[in-house]
Design a protein around this ligand. Structure first.
Ligand code: LLP
Length: 420
């Protein structure tokens, strides 16, 4: 059966799925399953696509670390010139440990602690994306105390509907993110007066996995209008950050063409003097990674047919959490006819489903690749059911490199003690 869709970096040669030039059978043999496997070329290509599409605007591209914060992936992107969007002191530490530069880091998130603010100020981040009046005041205090001034932008909530899953829509009025559009002007006036702040920019992020240009344009127009009013009021900004959110193909979506997005922005930013910042996560890493898993059992009853695999919802929670679709393909093709199966993991939850009603020709022991799992896969993994988190492997041309070793079970309870 021909594959429905294979992301960049994957090919099927002589019936076997390859990532770059490496057969996935070899990866499984060498590193075991389940494991995440990434294509370095696909990551570089996705990053270059942004650089090339937006070349005329020379934006600062801040890869969203939450999508996948593996040090080797951050390092690879930093070598390409990428900056980073972080949401915690932990993510800042990851970026620095990976060799990223703090002056290309933007710090987002609704709940920054004073300690995280101090850490980021001392590291010298590019900007804080501030999400409330209370946070703005605290940031000024923390910076003043350190004798520093914090570069800030307000994350303004433009109240546009990105048309995506409600759990990942963040720019609506009722969302916890950002400051209300109607309150933003007054808050900028306050920011300009606060001693510990340097008003640098404006920011929004309306949601994730967006496949339509219109909500991005609507958001841009609203925050650009605000930036213009601020300039006229004597509060000029240096940058405009449009956040992330550009969607990818998982199944049959038609993703936004980046050149169209760039053109829509360029037309509107022209003459504003504002530098563009972007925070893409999924679009860079989503299709560059897969979760490799082995079929443990086929459970074929008269009621239902299951392929029970060795990966589970703790490794990839997106299908359980958002009913997200990930294409599942056999690593080695079989001649036998395909049957409809639910692909499920060993975790003790009815919701531990990786793919529902998939048409697959598989036998016990076969390898399956769960595609488009590079973003919000490993980074949202947990140890539920005392399951060690999987190994991660980066393939680059002829080479495969272990970039996170499989967790050992003892590591799961090394911070716990039985009673003495
Ligand atoms: N910037 C900010 C402030 C964000 O909150 C996010 C994602 C991004 C950038 C990157 O968005 P991206 O380009 O990756 O869409 N776990 C969900 C997605 C949550 C996204 C959270 N924020 C999922 O698996 O679909």
């Amino acid at each position: 059966m021909p594959d429905h869709f294979l992301p960049d970096g994957l090919t099927r040669t002589d019936g076997t799925l390859h990532i770059e030039s490496i057969p996935l059978t070899q990866v499984a043999q060498e590193y075991g399953t389940p494991c995440y496997v990434y294509s370095a070329a696909a990551i570089r290509n996705a990053y270059r696509e942004f650089v090339e599409a937006f070349a005329a605007l020379d934006p600062l591209i801040c890869y969203a670390v939450k999508a996948n914060g593996n040090l080797s992936i951050l390092h690879l992107l930093s070598q390409q010139g990428s900056g980073f969007d972080i949401v915690s002191g932990g993510e800042l530490s990851r970026v620095l440990a990976a060799g990223g530069s703090a002056d290309k880091v933007v710090f987002s998130g609704v709940g920054k602690s004073a300690a995280e603010m101090a850490q980021a100020l001392q590291a010298g981040v590019h900007c804080f994306n501030v999400e409330s009046a209370a946070e703005l005041r605290r940031l000024s205090q923390v910076a003043s105390h350190l004798g520093l001034r914090a570069p800030v932008s307000l994350r303004v909530n433009p109240d546009v509907d990105p048309g995506t899953h409600p759990y990942i829509a963040t720019g609506l009025k009722e969302s916890k993110f950002g400051v209300a559009y109607a309150d933003a002007f007054a808050l900028y006036e306050e920011a300009a007066r606060l001693p510990g702040l340097d008003v640098a920019g404006i920011d929004c992020h309306i949601g994730s996995q967006i496949t339509d240009l219109a909500p991005f344009v609507a958001a841009l127009e609203k925050i650009l209008d605000l930036a213009n009013r601020l300039r006229n009021a004597g509060i000029p900004l240096r940058h405009l950050d449009l956040g992330g959110g550009v969607g990818i193909r998982y199944r049959d979506e038609t993703p936004i063409v980046l050149a169209d997005y760039a053109r829509a922005i360029a037309e509107r930013l022209q003459g504003s003097g504002l530098r563009l910042l972007l925070e893409p996560g999924r679009r860079i890493i989503g299709n560059a990674g897969l979760l490799l898993t082995r079929v443990e059992y086929l459970k074929l009853s008269s009621d239902h047919r299951f392929a029970i695999v060795d990966a589970a919802m703790n490794d990839l929670i997106r299908p359980s959490l958002y009913e997200a679709w990930h294409e599942i393909v056999p690593v080695s093709e079989r001649a036998s006819p395909a049957a409809l199966l639910d692909v499920v993991g060993p975790v003790c939850e009815t919701g531990d489903i990786l793919g529902r009603a998939r048409s697959l020709a598989v036998a016990e022991g076969d390898l399956l690749a769960i595609l488009s799992a590079g973003a919000y896969g490993a980074s949202m993994g947990s140890n539920y059911n005392a399951r060690p988190r999987p190994a991660e492997i980066l393939v680059d041309g002829q080479s495969t490199r272990l970039i996170r070793r499989r967790e050992a079970v003892e590591e799961l309870y090394r911070n716990e003690w039985p009673p003495a």
